[in-house]
Design a protein around this ligand. Sequence first.
Ligand code: PLP
Length: 439
Amino acid sequence: MTASAEWTARDASAVWHPFTQHATWTGDRPVVVDRAEGPWLIDVDGRRYLDGVSSLWTTTLGHGHPDINAAITAQLAKLDHSTFLGTTHTPGIELSEALVALAPKGNGPELTKVFYAGDGSSAVEAALKIAYQYSTQTGHPRPKFVRLDQAYHGDTLGAVAVGGHDLFHDAYKPLLLDTIGVASPGDRALGPDRNGQAIAELRAVMRESGDQVCAIIVEPMIQGAAGMLDYDAEFLRAARELADTHGALLIFDEVATGFGRTGRMWAAEHAGVVPDLLTCGKGITGGYLPLSAVLAAEHVYEAFLTRPGDTRPRTFFHGHTYTANPLCCAAALANLRVMGEQDVIGQAARLGERLAKLLEPVGAKDSVVEIRQLGTMIGVEVPPVGARTGFAVCQAARERGVWLRPLGDTVVLMPPLTLGDDETDLLVNALAEALDEVI
Ligand code: PLP
């Protein structure tokens, strides 16, 4: 019995994995990861896989970066954990300053305050609560959120409520917040003027219900989990204008797109639009430790400050045991330092261009419906020729030493931003061969 087989059997007896159908999963022979180096995952039998999706879109610098490891170790020797409730700490302060300095600039307010959470979903959850409470403290309660069809913002109840993917949304419908779905500007089924249609729909919804809407929430420029549905910056400009006109907040969920993933620090920069609240996570620590944040505009923060004559507290009663854990903050600071020193955003932009070029012949194959890309977020849509075609392509790539994960019939490529040329070639060649084998 191989070590993998043995661990897989033990896994099956004790573990319940996320988003996983356990009746079939062990039949897919899961990879039992033992260690990792740079962009490589190594399983318990010593097999190596190029990690083509950065774990879960998060290990932006690859694994084992000495600077991040050293920063975590140094922080561990100094302060492992201390609550952010009633006390503060230097890595948390420094990281907040760094994030405020890096926040997107342009059409919209300045983002001046940072509220921490533990993962993308809980950052979204915090942003939704902030938005609703903001409405109650600046005018009147606005209980509705506007969301895009096919959106994904995480799995906690608030985040599921503003999601637009039936598979995740429908089962919990009776429990969810009041939301209004708007056509996605990335939805190819809408035809060539999908952007215009989505803007028109958003405009109509806001005209009809705007004074009940506390926030419009979108994944800026590209809907990741929907299958990498990229869309035009014009939609974000319209969303900014409509939010302002109707007194709603604009929330950009940059959990997937932030920290260089799209070739810019933030996807918002492609549009020159700044939201009132920006959620981020994933790449914030380079994937080393769990951390996320909500960047908030000053006017939002100010609405939470006590004023003379208040009859109710304005405090944001929200936070977690591990809010702003110092180890996580130290990892994030080291990640941001490396990003600056090694021009990781420039590297990401160049990697995106190189991938686009290498993928041109792949996109021309009959086995590919469409390739969608923004920087290093790439979706290769395949036709559903059998059950789970996208999954079969990923399995075939795995036989070639490349680890990929599909979103339905879209094969995702989301490698570390610092991927070298040889590994980039391997990634694309393995995908091309896998497509030829399966379709
Ligand atoms: N928001 C977006 C845009 C995401 O892509 C994701 C995860 O993929 C989330 C939120 C949820 O993040 P997490 O899985 O860290 O809770």
